[in-house]
Design a protein around this ligand. Structure first.
Ligand SMILES: C[S@@+](CC[C@H](N)C(=O)[O-])C[C@H]1O[C@@H](n2cnc3c(N)ncnc32)[C@H](O)[C@@H]1O
Length: 222
């Protein structure tokens, strides 16, 4: 096992839900497959790659986990679909010369230190065509995983839930807006929250921002 994510993905349950997020399906409906390729950063088992490839988009995915990438490939093949997949840190996007019409980072950016997250946002901006859409989620500072060992101002390694032992950096709204301010215009920012049960049945609060941004600076408001 090369990293903690390989171990997580090796458990069957982690990839059991292959339904795309409504946040992705609703916003991608406004981007035609002919507009250009779509990049999924931290693609995991490929639920959004499968959805988008089936709709006719040319899809590219990166992930740090070999196990995730091989599951994504397997899931695509089940439907006779394909994607360009590459093992890569989120802040090193390897598809030079490809200009993406949209990029997704769903439940991914939190898994790095703030400086790495900023590098990732810069790399995604670089890879997008002007006006390209960026759909990103960011865990808020009210999420239950703000617990365990604190390794940075807003970064923790929590020992609870399915991602126990994984590093997470959390965002309040000013930090989320500041992260995108240099390269993007935020078109929509919403908080999604809910309760879930973890480990031995403990009820916990999950909370994250769903952000739709476009490449290029206008007025980021608020
Ligand atoms: C919670 S999963 C989300 C997967 C997928 N985006 C989805 O919505 O199903 C987080 C993903 O981020 C990947 N990841 C974590 N750290 C990464 C890094 N530094 N570079 C690239 N991918 C990373 C993990 O391997 C994992 O696939």
């Amino acid at each position: 096992m090369s990293n903690v994510w390989d171990e997580i993905f090796a458990s069957e349950s982690f990839c059991s839900d292959l339904n795309p997020r409504e946040f992705v399906t609703a916003n991608m409906a406004a981007v035609a497959p002919s507009a250009g390729p779509v990049l999924d950063v931290g693609c995991g088992c490929g639920r959004h790659l499968v959805y988008l490839a089936a709709k006719g988009y040319q899809v590219y995915g990166i992930d740090l986990s070999d196990v995730a990438l091989s599951k994504a490939d397997e899931n695509l093949r089940k439907f006779d679909l394909s994607a360009k997949l590459s093992k890569s840190e989120m802040w090193r996007i390897p598809f030079e010369g490809v200009s993406f019409s949209a990029a997704l980072a769903i439940n991914v950016l939190n898994h790095a230190m703030p400086a790495e997250i900023a590098m990732t946002v810069a790399a995604i901006s670089q890879a997008l065509a002007p006006g390209g859409m960026f759909l990103v989620t960011l865990l808020t500072t009210n999420d239950y995983k703000v617990c365990g060992e604190q390794v940075g101002e807003r970064t923790f390694i929590c020992d609870k839930g399915p991602e126990a032992g994984v590093l997470h950096t959390f965002f309040d709204e000013p930090a989320a807006r500041a992260l995108l301010a240099d390269a993007f215009t935020i078109e929509d920012i919403q908080i999604a929250s809910g309760e879930t049960r973890i480990d031995d049945g403990e009820r916990v609060h999950q909370e994250y921002f769903r952000i739709k941004a476009v490449k290029g600076r206008k007025d980021n408001g608020g």
